[in-house]
Design a protein around this ligand. Structure first.
Ligand SMILES: [Mg+2]
Ligand SMILES: [Zn+2]
Length: 96
């Protein structure tokens, strides 16, 4: 599934309630899901890890949609040509 297809699917499933909740509330849910992902990492819950990664993406797609940003486009524009800073694939920036 392409990122744009995932964004359309999430819009079909949750678009109405996302719009009711608004940008700030949706951003908070994204933060909450990140917390769940970090917890799954901390306790090394591999089955749950997969779900939590999907949840983070779902909320990121909801937020992108509320902001009228096509994440497929945004991602391609930013990373399609390699590292946004050095322009290389793989990145040649100094590690910090
Ligand atoms: Mg979750
Ligand atoms: Zn780089």
């Amino acid at each position: 599934m392409r990122i744009s297809e995932a964004q359309e699917l999430i819009r079909e499933i949750y678009g109405e309630r996302d719009r009711r909740r608004g940008i700030k509330g949706t951003a908070l849910h994204l933060g909450e899901e990140l917390g769940e992902l970090f917890r799954a990492l901390r306790i090394n819950d591999k089955d749950n890890l997969k779900e939590e990664l999907a949840d983070v993406l779902a909320w990121l797609l909801s937020l992108s949609d509320l902001l009228s940003i096509n994440l497929d486009e945004a991602f391609s524009e930013r990373y399609g040509g390699g590292c946004p800073k050095c322009g290389s694939i793989p990145c040649k920036c100094p590690e910090v």
